[in-house]
Design a protein around this ligand. Structure first.
Ligand SMILES: [Zn+2]
Ligand SMILES: [Zn+2]
Ligand SMILES: [Zn+2]
Length: 768
């Protein structure tokens, strides 16, 4: 590599060495350094090492200063500098700046970058008629493009990706080999001459014309098009066409669960949702997640997009294919995962023809294979910071740092719902993408394949498997079937709290409030409203919501009306049926007889302290949600219905029984129901209920602080996806001087459990 001017005699030269750790490989860092060095007329070298990147630059003192300042201030978009060590070394008088071979390639930890959304430079090229990549849907560079989803094996270079099928043309090769080019070592680089192609298929035959334009025309005409993207297929239709959206709901068998909407650009996003600066930044960030934000009343979207919802999930184009499609298609498209209800995402063309054929009118296909299916990530934008709800494309497999290093290779297998797994070694924990609910054979197969793949990519040999205590979860069975590994059982809510502690880099002890739907307790009952004192290795149950019957077990989870009956029974005793009648809550005669028997005798009705079930009961009692068509719907409906600005109006009594604080959920529900029957509108009752619940929980934590002297509190569990509750509770806690930890990196729901499991296992193994 040449082109550096020779040093001038007489000018003093200094040499500086920099050692940089963080995300600096596979993100265009070396070419960036090369460019900076050349611009500053500096000599020296840069290379990848097992820990990151190291480099030496030599030249005039002022130029070295400028180089260092720019290196720190303007690194490539996907780079994350964690630590930078600088030292002055003796000048060597070298004549050029070069990119050296990696040091000790064998010892290097494999780099597996996440997929990254289309960068501004590539977007410009795609829209520039003079550029050789004009309108090319697979344009990418070192700053953007597919990564995790195309990697079959490590090391991450083209031969080991699904791009191996495409031989680079001479032009692409030249860019790939030029350290001054944005595509220097961009493994998936391609162009219209040599790269993948897209086409539209309808009724088994390919339609003529430019694929993205043809697909856009079909969408304009109200058709449903299956679009192959980065990590799998989407089913797309015009979001402003109620007929099309309705048809998509019917075909997908998805009654109420909100659809995500891809918008052409930020202007269109602003037309649909109220976005603050942070939400907009998130929307446009390299991960390009679906961002949940308050919908505008005048957005003009039909209710079928997100029935009964006040939020809308938006995403912007994240590949050139989407960019070109959205340019000609309606400005807002429903983009929902291309799968049958609750099955894994479809990612293969042949499978798509079979499985999505009945759902889609046409396909926008391409011939770049997807090695790892990966859903869109979902985050909820809130004024206090975003909460991740689903961690997948764009974030996976970025590691989370563990506060206690794992002495062995640990696999956390997660729970059941919103399944993820987590591989940990040293101080690194690597969470898998969201895999769906682990309750079918299809998902189980997908889970097993994903574990094998990620273990192979990271070159890990799992020695310890951490799992939930629930004996019937498929994840638990998977753990038990592994030969020659050490098993570590981790209580569900302890794992929630440990996940929250771990992502904040702390080991505890801390107070933990874990609120969710279901988790297997150490006493064999169903937990879900838990007040703990915990560190990573162990926990004590300090308190919980009062136990209420779960009439018919699973049936009570699927039908919130049953849960309302159980709570009414607990709250009003023998008068419960009268109250039920007054609320207009009805059951068919058979179900009613069964319910009465279950509530009177406890037959097939285990006790539960679940907060999720209390929310179900309130939502059903108030008539806000009596039929559930997707997981978490009653709690979401309650939050959506709740009027803003309501005061905490209901008593939420607690008492200490046998050392444990028992929070009286039935009493809280009794007050809410009485208020409602007294004529207060459901929306206001819902608002008062959430405020009262939040205040009660804060009181419980004050009690716990008094007892334990712990001032730090971790909030976790699916219930903390509820922004209203989170707000009421954290405001109170912070006013009382608590240090409050909430989820920022992994979801508060069961998608974050696997991180907690490995954190607990790592801490316990350390202690042994
Ligand atoms: Zn790019
Ligand atoms: Zn090419
Ligand atoms: Zn949970």
């Amino acid at each position: 590599m040449t082109g550096n001017p020779l040093p001038q005699a007489g000018v003093p030269r200094v040499r500086r060495r920099l050692e940089i750790t963080g995300v600096v490989q596979g993100v265009g860092f070396r070419p960036f350094v090369y460019r900076l060095a050349r611009e500053g007329c500096l000599t020296g070298w840069v290379r990848n090492t097992s820990r990151g990147v190291e480099l030496e630059v030599e030249g005039e003192p002022a130029a070295v200063e400028v180089f260092t300042a720019r290196l720190l201030a303007e690194p490539p978009a996907l780079a994350r500098l964690e630590a930078v060590r600088q030292m002055e070394v003796a000048a060597e008088g070298d004549r050029a700046f070069v990119i050296r071979e990696s040091e000790g390639a064998g010892a290097t930890e494999p780099v597996i970058p996440p997929d990254a959304g289309l960068c501004a430079d590539c977007a410009r090229e795609v829209l520039d008629p003079a550029d050789r990549r004009f309108r090319y849907p697979f344009t990418n560079c070192t700053h953007c493009g597919p990564r995790f989803t195309i990697i079959r094996q490590v090391p991450y270079d083209r031969q080991e990706t699904t791009m191996a099928a495409f031989a680079m043309c001479p032009d692409c090769r030249r860019e790939y080999e030029d350290p001054g080019d944005r595509r220097f070592h961009a493994e998936p680089t391609a162009c219209p001459v040599c790269g993948p192609r897209a086409w539209v298929e309808m009724e088994g035959r390919e339609l003529p014309g430019e694929a993205v334009r043809v697909a856009a025309e079909l969408l304009k005409a109200g058709q449903i098009v299956a679009v192959k993207g980065l990590g799998g297929f989407h089913l797309a239709c015009d979001a402003r066409n109620p007929e099309a959206v309705k048809r998509l709901r019917e075909r997908k068998g998805r009654k109420d669960k909100p659809f995500a909407v891809m918008v052409r650009d930020l202007a269109e996003a602003r037309r649909l949702a109220c976005l603050d600066e942070a939400a907009e930044a998130l929307l446009l960030s390299p991960a390009r997640p679906i961002v949940l934000a308050p919908a505008r009343e005048d957005a003009g979207l039909p209710p079928e997009v997100a029935p009964g919802h006040r939020l809308v999930g938006l995403l912007v184009p994240y590949t050139p294919l989407h960019l070109l499609l959205m340019e000609a298609a309606p400005p807002a498209l429903v983009m929902t995962s291309g799968n049958l209800s609750e099955e894994p995402l479809v990612s293969d063309n042949e499978e798509a023809r079979v499985k999505l054929g009945p759902l889609a009118d046409a396909f926008l296909f391409h011939d770049r294979e997807i090695a790892v299916p990966c859903d869109d990530s979902v985050v909820r934008a809130l004024p206090g910071g975003a909460i991740p709800l689903r961690r997948a494309r764009g974030y996976v497999p970025q590691p989370v740092a563990l506060p206690v290093a794992a002495a062995q290779d640990i696999l956390g297998v997660g729970a059941e719902q919103k399944s993820t797994f987590c591989l940990a070694w040293g101080d690194k924990a690597l969470l898998s993408q969201h895999l769906g609910d682990l309750d079918s054979l299809e998902t189980y197969d997908y889970f097993c394949r994903a574990v094998r793949h990620l273990a192979a990519l990271t070159r890990r040999r799992v020695q310890v498997v951490a799992h939930d205590l629930h004996p019937d979860y498929l994840s638990t069975r998977y753990a038990r079937e592994q030969a020659g590994v050490q098993l570590v059982g981790v209580q569900h809510h302890h794992a929630h709290i440990a996940a929250c502690l771990a992502e904040h880099g702390v080991t505890g002890p801390a107070l933990g409030l874990a609120l969710d739907g279901t988790g297997f307790g150490t006493d064999g009952t169903v937990w879900g409203g838990e007040l703990l004192a915990a560190d990573l290795a162990s926990f004590i149950r300090l308190g919980h919501l009062a136990g209420v019957r779960l009439p018919g077990g699973e049936a009570a989870i699927r039908r919130p009306g049953r849960m309302a009956a159980a709570y009414l029974h607990a709250a009003f005793g023998e008068h419960w049926d009268q109250v039920r009648g007054a609320l207009g809550l009805s059951f068919d005669p058979l179900e009613r007889r069964l319910l009465e028997r279950q509530l009177a005798t406890g037959w097939q009705s285990p006790l539960t302290s679940s907060a999720g079930r209390l929310f179900d009961a309130v939502a059903a009692a108030l008539g806000i949600c009596r039929v559930r068509t997707y997981e978490g719907q009653p709690a979401i409906a309650l939050e959506m219905a709740a009027a803003a600005g309501e005061e905490p109006a209901y008593p939420f009594p607690m008492q200490v029984a046998g050392e444990k604080l028992v929070m009286d959920g039935p009493a809280l529900l009794r007050a809410a129901v009485a208020d409602f029957l007294g004529g207060t509108p459901a929306a206001r009752v819902a608002g008062r209920f959430l405020a009262s619940f939040g205040v009660g929980l804060a009181d419980a934590l004050l009690w716990a602080r008094e007892r334990t002297r712990l001032n730090r509190v971790a909030l976790s569990g699916g219930v903390f996806q509820n922004a209203r509750l989170l707000h009421h509770l954290t405001t109170r806690l912070e006013a009382a001087g608590f240090e409050v930890l909430t989820h920022r990196l992994v979801p508060p729901n069961d998608g974050g459990i696997s991180l907690g499991q490995v954190a607990v296992a790592a801490a316990r193994l350390r202690r042994e």
